[in-house]
Design a protein around this ligand. Structure first.
Ligand SMILES: CC(C)(COP(=O)(O)OP(=O)(O)OC[C@H]1O[C@@H](n2cnc3c(N)ncnc32)[C@H](O)[C@@H]1OP(=O)(O)O)[C@@H](O)C(=O)NCCC(=O)NCCS
Length: 293
């Protein structure tokens, strides 16, 4: 097993173990990137891709092809990444990514052996095709034909229609409190923004939002949904969701849906589990772990 640093000249041979968007960063020669590949008998078989930000190394992608597992490839990659991190003056490596349910246990065993903390599960991610949703989704059709009445003086706006001042207030959590993980500005994987809807009361205050991002594999990730406490029983969440489903069906029917719910957000888990009949194509998890060097 050998390792090598990836650059525009050799990166393409690792495309089966690296997401497209990260491959593009290497090909573009991005400066804050550390990417290391492993080769088994000269065959590229795994790689780790990380970005350096504020003296922290953030792993974005770690993957070893199944044929080369349990031969020490990932161990070598992480060891090299640790040395590189220290050389760059970084005292911490963080790993925040998404993987399938089956891989969580495996990653956890591997990472704790390398000295990382136990994996913390952050969000449950539901995956389905729009066709599936329309055919099987419990209340998709009802939502599409719904005509719920908005609460008094509330309008639903696209991001570019919202006053910048209201965004500034929202960022400072003035008059509204929400968990950071549900912030509409959250985009930890640097994904392209697909659309965001905001519920605005009387042009004075944002009282809810629904954000959607485009993933590296061209799906639409429903990232953050939040409704202010005062509007929880007013169907505002459903109204926004119905607009989102309509947008999806009209504009990107060919793109799969991913919907994320924080693992401790029982109402969101119940909402999506029921919407996706708890049996969509597959369920994934966003996780986080770290190591001090
Ligand atoms: C986790 C993963 C990176 C490990 O790669 P690997 O090259 O097989 O790991 P190594 O051979 O270096 O394993 C080192 C140690 O980790 C532990 N380990 C690795 N895989 C394990 C497994 N399946 N079960 C138990 N322990 C395991 C073992 O202690 C192993 O040492 P040993 O083989 O001497 O017992 C690989 O299985 C993988 O790519 N999984 C999918 C990752 C993923 O989901 N990525 C997406 C998020 S970015």
């Amino acid at each position: 097993m050998e390792i090598e640093y990836l650059d525009p000249s050799n990166a393409k041979s690792y495309q089966s173990c690296l997401a497209k968007v990260y491959m593009q960063d290497i090909l573009d020669g991005c400066e804050n990137v550390v990417a290391i590949g492993a080769k088994d008998s000269d065959l590229p078989c795994g790689c780790v891709f990380a970005k350096v930000l504020d003296e922290i190394v953030w792993i974005k992608n770690l993957f070893v092809l199944p044929f080369a597992r349990r031969k020490g490839a990932a161990g070598l990659l992480i060891n090299e990444l640790k040395s590189k991190a220290l050389k760059l003056g970084c005292a911490q490596i963080k790993f925040n990514a998404v993987t399938s349910e089956n891989n969580i246990d495996l990653l956890n065993k591997f990472l704790t052996k390398q000295g990382f903390s136990e994996i913390e599960l952050l969000a449950r991610i539901y995956r389905a095709s729009p066709e599936w949703i329309l055919k099987e989704g419990k209340w998709a059709k009802r939502l599409l034909n719904s005509n719920f009445e908005l609460p008094d003086k509330v309008t639903i706006l696209n991001q570019d229609e919202v006053d910048e001042e209201l965004f500034a207030k929202l960022k400072n959590k003035e008059e509204i409190n929400y968990p950071d993980v549900l912030s509409p500005f959250k985009n930890e994987f640097d994904l392209q923004r697909e659309f965001s809807l905001f519920a605005v009361f009387d042009n004075k205050k944002i009282v809810g939002w629904f954000t959607a991002l485009r993933t590296n594999d061209d799906r639409i990730l429903y990232r953050s949904v939040f409704v202010d406490d005062a509007y929880r029983k007013s169907k505002l969440g459903l109204i926004m969701f119905s607009k989102v489903i309509k947008y999806h069906v009209e504009n990107c029917m060919e793109k799969g849906v991913l919907a994320a719910a924080a693992v401790d957000n029982i109402s969101a888990i119940n909402f999506y589990s029921s919407f996706f009949n708890n049996s969509c194509d597959s369920i994934k998890y966003e996780f986080s772990t770290n190591i001090e060097l």
